[in-house]
Design a protein around this ligand. Sequence first.
Ligand SMILES: Nc1ncnc2c1ncn2[C@@H]1O[C@H](COP(=O)(O)OP(=O)(O)OP(=O)(O)O)[C@@H](O)[C@H]1O
Ligand SMILES: [Mg+2]
Length: 255
Amino acid sequence: MIEVLALGRRFGDFWAVRNISFEVGAGEIFGFLGPNGSGKSTTIRMLCGLLKPSEGSARVAGFDVAGEAESVKRSIGYVSQQFSLYPDLTVQENMRFFAGVYGLFGDARRNRIQALAERADLAGRAKELAGDLPSGFRQRLALCCALMHQPRVLFLDEPTAGADPFFRESLWEWIAELSAAGTTPFVTTHYLEEAEHCDRVAFIDRGTLIALDRPQDLMRRHGGSLEEVFFRLVQEQAQWGVGGAPKATPPVSSR
Ligand SMILES: Nc1ncnc2c1ncn2[C@@H]1O[C@H](COP(=O)(O)OP(=O)(O)OP(=O)(O)O)[C@@H](O)[C@H]1O
Ligand SMILES: [Mg+2]
């Protein structure tokens, strides 16, 4: 569902993402983990067809992110890290707007909005302004809007940042349901403990992939918690001189 080959993005002289490659299968819950500024959002924006890669290529749902960006956008849902709703529209108005953008009208629109509002526990808040919602409900509304057209791939950029443990848990339950129904969720987070909800995780540090595997295999191979594994790999990687100007090409995948 997602194929990434030697993908990179440069801003001026600075490489925000450098030479990353991986594949994600249909329905697989893929976690993209890394600290602040490591290149998570830059990668997602390239995969959503919003930002042109400087090098390499990627296909999402069968479409090339550079040459077929409009087809990519129709196949995906994207919840950005920033607030992406209309704060001065109500919950219902936001959902209607996004349904319209995706070509849903009449009964189809009504039914889809109702089903999503119930799933998100938003049915009783239809008339509230999006800007007035508590942050957990705002995130749920953003997710409803991104799911309106039943996308094949769902990109969630730090959906749990700053959220309470209850919301975080309920969001991961929803992600698991979506995956079981055939959607492919691609989720970034800097909460390493959330990796246990993922089928596979990629660790990104200073724009470079430093590990890619099933969470339990990473812990078994390296010993310790995922947090310990991550910091050990970062230290090892530093010896290779990553971060924009590699001294040598470090071993990247299947570590
Ligand atoms: N438009 C831009 N122009 C210049 N530099 C940028 C731009 N966008 C991102 N960067 C830089 O690229 C690096 C990666 O940024 P990115 O937003 O992808 O990281 P991130 O992993 O999503 O971080 P966070 O966890 O804080 O959201 C950072 O150093 C950032 O400052
Ligand atoms: Mg980010």
